[in-house]
Design a protein around this ligand. Structure first.
Ligand SMILES: C[S@@+](CC[C@H](N)C(=O)[O-])C[C@H]1O[C@@H](n2cnc3c(N)ncnc32)[C@H](O)[C@@H]1O
Length: 212
């Protein structure tokens, strides 16, 4: 993270990692960094994948694409690594298209020229207190950075159960050159969605595209 940037995530480390999780971070993570990716293969990015349930679904549903996940919370990264490897620490065949950037996505985006067909942001930290509003990730400037990494028909898919943040994001979108629509899609299940900390009846979703 660049020094002057405000931190958008809560913490990098939670409870102590198991020996297997530490081994996976030391030996597997360096092999699946999002570097030297083939130019002619479609790419999908998920920002803040948490424990990676949705990221794994993306990998299974799009085996011909590279699925890149960015997440600075190392316990989440370790959970994903556990789920995509076998008992010997080898990546399971069906997850060989996954790449992980275990840090702030803004650092990744500034140093890659990759374009993405989809960029997913499910349940971004809502930072509900007014004094923390500056920590919200999906402000207009960041959405514009995301837009610069979309393929021509690419989409940013956002979901949150925090309806006040949802409206705040919609307002931010009006300050960008993106078109927004609210799709009629079923709830996408993730760990955070199941906690439903906001107490709303369902998450709301937003799809953003470059204006034609
Ligand atoms: C509320 S959690 C949701 C996790 C997951 N998407 C889910 O629905 O279960 C938000 C996640 O976004 C991550 N996050 C926050 N700021 C980020 C950033 N700048 N780059 C990448 N991930 C970030 C946090 O570490 C956290 O794991």
């Amino acid at each position: 993270m660049e020094k002057q940037e405000i931190r958008t995530f809560g913490r990098r480390h939670g409870k102590k990692l198991s020996a297997r999780q530490t081994m996976l971070i030391d030996t597997v993570l360096p092999k699946i960094l999002p570097t030297n990716m083939p130019a002619n293969t479609g790419k999908i990015l998920e920002i803040g994948f948490g424990a990676g349930e949705h990221l794994r679904d993306l990998a299974l549903n799009a085996p011909d694409k590279i699925i890149i996940g960015a997440e600075p919370f190392m316990n989440g990264v370790a959970s994903l690594l556990s789920a995509i490897t076998d008992d010997n620490g080898a990546i399971r065949n069906e997850y060989k298209n996954i790449r992980i950037f275990a840090d702030d996505v803004r650092d990744f985006l500034r140093h890659t020229d990759s374009q993405f067909e989809q960029i997913w942001v499910l349940h971004p930290d809502p930072w509900p207190k007014a004094k923390h509003e500056k920590r919200r990730l999906l402000h207009a400037e960041f959405l514009t950075l995301l837009a610069s990494h979309l393929t021509r028909d690419g989409e940013i898919i956002i979901g949150t159960d925090h309806w006040e943040y949802f409206e705040w994001i919609q307002n931010q979108v009006t300050k960008t050159a993106l078109d927004a629509h609210t799709p009629d899609i079923q709830t996408i299940h993730t760990r955070y969605q199941q906690k439903n900390k906001a107490g709303t009846i369902a998450p709301k979703y937003l799809i953003l595209k470059q204006q034609p």
